[in-house]
Design a protein around this ligand. Structure first.
Ligand SMILES: [Zn+2]
Length: 65
């Protein structure tokens, strides 16, 4: 099952935007994306993509799960 694109209704004026991290893969590349619109460059390492995603969460004040 490929669940690549999900459309969540944007809520303007929301005080704290939700950060939901997802790792997308394209070919041998992986990159982290976030529901806030942030995304990392494609990496050849899935672990690196996930680390960058966690860094984004930390930078946004979200505790990575
Ligand atoms: Zn985010």
């Amino acid at each position: 099952m490929n669940h690549v694109h999900s459309e969540l209704p944007a809520a303007p004026g929301t005080r704290m935007p939700e950060h939901r991290l997802a790792i997308s893969e394209r070919g041998s590349f992986a990159f982290a994306t976030c529901s806030c619109g942030w995304y990392a460059p494609a990496r050849r390492s899935r672990d690196l993509a996930r680390r960058e995603g966690n860094d984004h969460l930390v930078a946004s004040g979200v505790e990575p799960d």
